[in-house]
Write a protein that binds this ligand. Structure first.
Ligand code: ATP
Length: 250
């Protein structure tokens, strides 16, 4: 085992399959998500790409129970989460990095991380997990006493990911982690997500940045108008001429 895998092991254990069927979101007359089905296998990283308004963010918010939705089933491993309230989802193993980060701006970096572990009993592992987040994102360690609101956008994104990892999620949902970041920072986030995936973290990554998604995931769904228009391995889709034209601008 490499040093890297050993030092972040506490953040990436307990992966479980997430299975969703019949997920529908309706905003008044707009059907934003139209009865989609998908599975993220334990230890797998699955991407969801699609243009503006395709229904990606609504899919994640609906899975978390943050917006009204209909679904046939929502399973994490052998647990039925279809009736679990949003506030209890983290405790049941679903980690969520929302679009726009939403860090606690008035609290120090380290306090933000510790709050990410609120659903777990605090013990020696909590401290280890904080150190593992600093190992993944050294800049957060350097800034541990700074208020989160004083961090750059990229640093806040790292903090949002670190905070979600503190709960040792069975599956991590990420909503557009590249949004508003420079290409260099997008590359940094990609490297960390690749590393977490290589360590077995189960992940559902929603992105407009198709290149980042193909680099990080093994399988992708392409959403169009609330439906899953295509699925395939990330390698296959990255070579598909229509996907290349629409989502990679090639
Ligand atoms: P983006 O990448 O721009 O975030 P998206 O693929 O995540 O797009 P959603 O944000 O899920 O797409 O939006 C799907 C559809 O639902 C769009 O037509 C959008 O205008 C609509 N929509 C989203 N949120 C609301 C809302 N709160 N009220 C009404 N319509 C909404």
């Amino acid at each position: 085992m490499t040093t890297t895998a050993a030092t972040t092991a506490d953040l990436t254990t307990q992966g479980q399959a997430l299975t969703v069927t019949g997920l529908t979101v309706q905003y008044g007359g707009v059907r934003a998500v139209d009865g989609i089905d998908f599975t993220v296998e334990a230890g797998q990283a699955v991407g969801v790409i699609g243009s503006n308004g395709a229904g990606k963010t609504s899919t994640l918010k609906a899975l978390m129970g943050l917006i009204p939705r209909k679904l046939t089933s929502l399973q994490l491993g052998d647990k039925d989460l279809s009736r679990v309230k949003a506030r209890d989802m983290v405790r049941h193993g679903i980690g969520y990095v929302p679009e726009g980060r939403h860090v606690f701006a008035g609290l120090p970096v380290e306090k933000n991380l510790l709050l990410g572990a609120y659903a777990k009993p605090w013990n020696a592992h909590t401290r280890t997990a904080v150190d593992e987040v600093y190992e993944l994102f050294p800049v957060l360690g350097e800034m541990r006493h700074r208020l989160a609101g004083a961090l750059s956008g990229g640093q806040q994104q790292m903090l949002a990911i670190g905070r979600a990892l503190m709960a040792q999620p069975s599956v991590l949902l990420l909503d557009e982690p590249s949004m508003g970041l420079s290409p260099k920072l997008v590359g940094e986030i990609a490297r960390v997500l690749q590393r977490l995936s290589a360590q077995g973290l189960t992940m559902l990554l929603v992105e407009q940045n198709a290149k980042l998604t193909f680099d990080v995931t093994s399988t992708c769904l392409v959403m169009e108008n609330g439906k899953v228009a295509m699925t395939g391995t990330s390698t296959e889709l990255s070579h598909d001429s229509r996907v290349r034209q629409i989502y990679l601008g090639l």
